[in-house]
Design a protein around this ligand. Structure first.
Ligand code: IMP
Ligand code: MG
Length: 179
């Protein structure tokens, strides 16, 4: 285990089970639809690549990027879109893929923005959910697992851009960010 990790919350085996379960459910729910998978960079990349391998349907994949956190562990609350997808979404069933739903502000912002482009539907799949922290009215249609209110890293999730490549999700030791 990485020396900066307090405790592993979601193991590699858990992650494999979660992506398989959600991918199979999404395959059932989206049969016959025009699926557009939209990942929220950068945190969702590991989840998206594993999840999409279990989605046995024709689909396209694109990405958006938003910034809100800067370099800390607490959201600044202000969301800026730094990478967008192109134009009209008519006919597409959009599946937004997130690493973690925390206050919900980031995803709400992206959801509202894409809703205005006339998609057939928009749904949300998040690997992790911190329901206790929600501040705005947004929920995920598909959730990997609920996590407690702690700062977690790994499998795409970062602290100051580091730790994304850990193959599991773990609680980051407070000594790393309370220096
Ligand atoms: P929200 O706008 O507060 O819901 O924050 C969502 C974004 O903040 C996520 O997409 C993550 O990138 C980041 N985030 C929130 N909680 C954590 C955490 O515990 N570890 C790492 N990143 C987090
Ligand atoms: Mg992030």
């Amino acid at each position: 285990m990485n020396k900066d990790i307090e405790k592993i919350l979601v193991t590699e085996e858990d992650l494999a089970g979660i992506t398989k379960r959600l991918g199979e459910q999404i395959t059932k729910d989206y049969a016959g639809k025009k699926l557009l998978i939209v990942g929220v960079l950068k945190g969702s990349i590991y989840f998206l690549t594993d999840l999409s391998r279990h989605i046995d349907l024709p689909c396209t994949i694109d990405f958006v990027q938003a910034s809100s956190y800067g370099a800390g562990t607490v959201s600044s609350g202000e969301i800026k879109i730094t990478k967008d997808i192109s134009g009209d979404l008519s006919g597409f069933d959009v599946l937004l893929v997130e690493d973690i739903l925390d206050t919900g502000r980031t995803l709400k912002h992206i959801h509202d923005m894409l809703s205005k482009r006339n998609p057939e539907s928009i749904a949300v799949v998040t690997l992790l959910d911190k329901p206790a922290r929600r501040e705005v009215d947004i929920y995920a249609d598909y959730v990997g697992v609920d996590v407690p209110n702690a700062f977690v890293v790994g499998y795409g999730l970062d602290y100051n851009q580091f730790y994304r490549n850990l193959p599991y999700i773990g609680i980051l030791k407070e000594s790393v960010y309370n220096k």
